[in-house]
Structures are given as C-alpha cells and as structure tokens.
Design a protein. Sequence first.
Length: 435
Amino acid sequence: MEKNVLGRRNFLSNMMKAGVLLPLAGTTGLAMAEGPASSILNPAYAASVIPDRIVLNITKDPATTAAITWRTSTVAITYVEYAKADAHPEFVAKVTRVSAKTMALQYDTLQVYYHSIMLMGLQPATLYTYRVGNEDGWSEWLQFRTAATTGRLSFIYLGDAQVGIRPFWSRVIRKAYAQLPDAQLIIHAGDLVNRANNDDEWGQWFEAGGYIHGSIPSLVTPGNHEYTHEDGFPHLSVHWKKQFALPENGTGLDALEGSVFYSDVQGVRFISLNTMMMEEATSASLLYAQQQWLENTLAANPNKWTVVTMHHPVFSTKKGRNNEKVKTWFKPLFDKYKVDIVLQGHDHAYGRGMQQIAPYGTAYVVSVSGSKMYEYEKMEWADIVTGHLQMYHLVTIDNDQLDFRSYLATGELFDAFILEKRNGKINKFKEHKPA
C-alpha cells in the first residue's frame, strides 16, 4: 500500500516537472499551472536584435498575399526582403525590400517590439523566399508557397497545445509537418498556451514550432486560456493582436477582431469563430454581431467547401461540459448552410461524429495535441470518443472529397473518414478503419 502511494507520488512529481498537467480539473497541479503569470522573465526567451517568433499568418487570400509578424528587442526600422525562390544564392541581388509596421508591447516587466508586414501582389502557386530584420540582425531565409487558385488542398489541424508545450507538443507539430510539409495552412483550434500573458509559454510555443511557423500559414483561433479575467471580465492576451496579423474581414468590433475572420483557399472557405465571446460575452450585442457576421459569411460563400474552426465544441466528449451559447447561436447556422466540418478543441480528448447527429451533413471533431488530458465517456452524438492521446490531423480536399486522417503523436494512423459531396444531398460519410 505504502509502496503504491509512494510510486504514484513519484510519478505525479515527475510528470509535473516534465510539464504534464494532471488530467482531472480541480487538482493542485491544475491550480499551479493556471496561476498568474510570473514577473520573472525566462532569459532563454529574451528578445534581441535578431528577429524571432516569426509567423506566416493566414490571410483573406493566401494565393496573392502573405502576412508576416516577428519580434525584436529594439524599435529600429525593420524590413522584409523577399523574392521568388531560386536555388542560386545570387537571388539576394534581386530581392524586394519593404518596411514593416512596428508596435511596442509593454506588460509587467516585459518590453519588446512586434513587427508586421503584408506582402501584396504575389503570384499564386509560387515558392517565395524571405527574411526579416535589418542590418543589426537578420533572420535566416525562409520559404513559403502561395496557395493555388484551384485544385487539391491539404492542411494540418491541431487541438489544444496549452500544457507541456516545449517537452511534449513539439513532437506533435513536428511530426505533422514532417508528414505533410506542403500543407497550405495549419489550424490551431485555441488554447495555444495555458496562461494568456505568460511570455515563457509563448516562447515555448514558438520554439516548439520553430521554422514551421514561418513556412506554413497559421490559422489561429483563441481559446479560453488566451483570455485573462483580472477585473472579472474577459480580456484577450496582450500578445495576440501584436504577434498575429490575421484577416480584418470580421465584424469590425475590437472585441472580435483578430479572432473572427475567414480565408478563402482553393475552393474552401475557412472560418474562425470566437467562442469565448459567445460563452462569456459581455453584452448581447457581441452575441448578435458574431451570429449575424457568421450568417452573412456563410450566405455569401462562393466556395464548394466550408470548414469552421473554434475552441468550445458544439458537442463535448464528457457529460456536463456543455457550451449552450455556442450550440444555440452557431449550430442552427451550421445546419442551415450545411457547413461541412467543424474543428474544435477545449475538451482534451478525441471525438468525432456525424452519423448519430440530426441529418444536416456536418461532421464535428474535437481534439487535443498537448499533454493535458481530460476524462471522456461515450456520447450519443459521437461515432468515436477516446482520450489520453496526443494527436494531429491531416486533411485533404480534392474536388468532391474531403479525406480526414487522425494520427497519434508517434505517427500511427488512428482514425480516418471521408466526406463525399453530392449534388442536392448531404455529404456522404465513409469511415475507414486503419489497418
């Protein structure tokens, strides 16, 4: 008995040191991990004159535009230099230089500068190379390919990173990238970090993804852990709008900008929704504004496919974890406009379903990619629910077929299904059992 107790204590101690959060809410470990951000900055993530935290952001039209953000310790004028990629290093003589916009971030003892640029007039389906900085310090040359205007599209979807980011989440995003290096975008479905304003955790997120963040456009949507409540009201992370330059085609409301937007990529409309500003909306106007924007965006959608990403799920993986406002305000529109698939996080388990739900043709997926796990149970809506697994998902859309594949962090195919689009009918669902 004493040996078992001692063994469990040692196990939990080692897990906490490694960055894993205890799976059950309300534990001491959870309270520790979700405490206030420390004013002591980690020197390993200190900014310098050399640009870091470089992100290629999703734009409204990734075929012709690219949005890049990065960070330095100085306010000096910085640039993006870019050109069509060329195997000859002499391409540096033909680069275009563009001045960046700079914004200061001062929070607690942190003072850094974020820089951003929107490259316009790019050619579709073209490989570009770029670097950021100035004569005091340049980044390495990175490469990205603009989206095509039509044809096969592939992307990566990741649930919550949140906890164990550097030690555990790093292997997930790297494995996903290694398997699908030509993905046109990566969806991060909220809770990228555990404490919204903690610079150390954001440093881990950027370190774990490394050059991947600067090579494939990121479509990030905020979760509840991207918010603070110092005064009792929800406030988006001080980092969010400075380190991400996301499409400004949303509601126009400051509380929703940078989190509610869409991007059209090769016949697919990707929509990001802010579920925190549904579940914890500070006014009825925020509820109506986001709902009306969603309806307008779906009604005017010229694309064959519609993919929605948001944090709080419509259907959860354990009883009692209900998100009533999300279900009440969003789901009727998903039904009405026959949204093809909704990619979510928050529940720290894996669940997906379509066959058990009312026949509107929408597939729902919940997933987690970090090390924080919740308990789960069989749910009426779901075709499958499981948990305590770090996962990533690779999705390919080609003409009338959406191929969804779920992989374990170790690379094994765990689950797979196909949605087949049919004229005048709901999507046909075909499940594939991994061999």
